[in-house]
Design a protein around this ligand. Sequence first.
Ligand SMILES: NC(=O)c1ccc[n+]([C@@H]2O[C@H](COP(=O)([O-])OP(=O)(O)OC[C@H]3O[C@@H](n4cnc5c(N)ncnc54)[C@H](OP(=O)(O)O)[C@@H]3O)[C@@H](O)[C@H]2O)c1
Length: 247
Amino acid sequence: MRTKHTRRTRSRISIHRIDTAASYGNEEAVGNAIRKSGIDREALFITTKLWVQDAGYEPTQDAFVRSLKKLGLDYLDAYLIHQPYGDVYSAWRAMEGLYKEGAVRAIGVSNFHPDRIMDLIVHNEVTPAINQIETHPFCQQKETQKFLNENKVQIESWGPLAEGKNNLFHNDSLKVIAEKYNKSVAQVVLCWLMQRGVVVIPKSVNKGRIIENFNSIAHAIPSLNWANKKAHKTRRIASTTKGQLHS
Ligand SMILES: NC(=O)c1ccc[n+]([C@@H]2O[C@H](COP(=O)([O-])OP(=O)(O)OC[C@H]3O[C@@H](n4cnc5c(N)ncnc54)[C@H](OP(=O)(O)O)[C@@H]3O)[C@@H](O)[C@H]2O)c1
């Protein structure tokens, strides 16, 4: 139900980016929503992900076919290895094959640390196009982004709004910036990420917030270095309760 409503809202405001995964258990619902939206396939960018239990050569090929079938598609825009666990080497070789056949337009990974990415780059033909990792004001990923840029891997943020944790929407420093630029805290955070060259996939089931998040692309915010410093200070405080990076 939520998927149906959310997709309709996104269609109306022209967000044509869909991020799903086999492990989310919603590929069939996403497929139904795509069909009902009536949007041309070429206007959509659809990503799904391979789950850990399917890491392996043939299991990856089978999982890909299963995902395509559930989504009702004949190709994917991006296919990512969801986590760096299991036989990711064989999974990557199978994904390279799918890429060369044209069954998927881009292949990438998610939650991979730089050493695991370098391992894939050095030992394979195709460099991952994307690494989807947790990236937000409390987990800025600056060094990782530098590494990814140097190796031509696009950083994509999951949890760009920190999943609302650590009281992000009421953070004092972010509120000051939001007031100064007449934006919401969510818009400041999304702007800051995009200005850094990070691809964002904020999630909301609320129509007003989807529109608000979409509108964050409208204007750049100057002086975001200041925001970086303030948010970094907050991150140091937050990290005492949050612990280590997600993997
Ligand atoms: N690769 C991975 O391992 C991985 C892991 C986690 C997530 N992801 C992907 O990343 C996407 C986004 O991450 P996420 O859902 O975890 O976190 P997120 O986008 O950082 O935060 C979502 C939360 O923020 C709220 N929210 C959204 N916009 C808001 C606004 N403008 N004002 C106030 N609250 C707002 C949402 O509530 P409402 O819905 O009520 O608005 C929801 O509770 C997901 O869709 C998922 O596909 C990937």
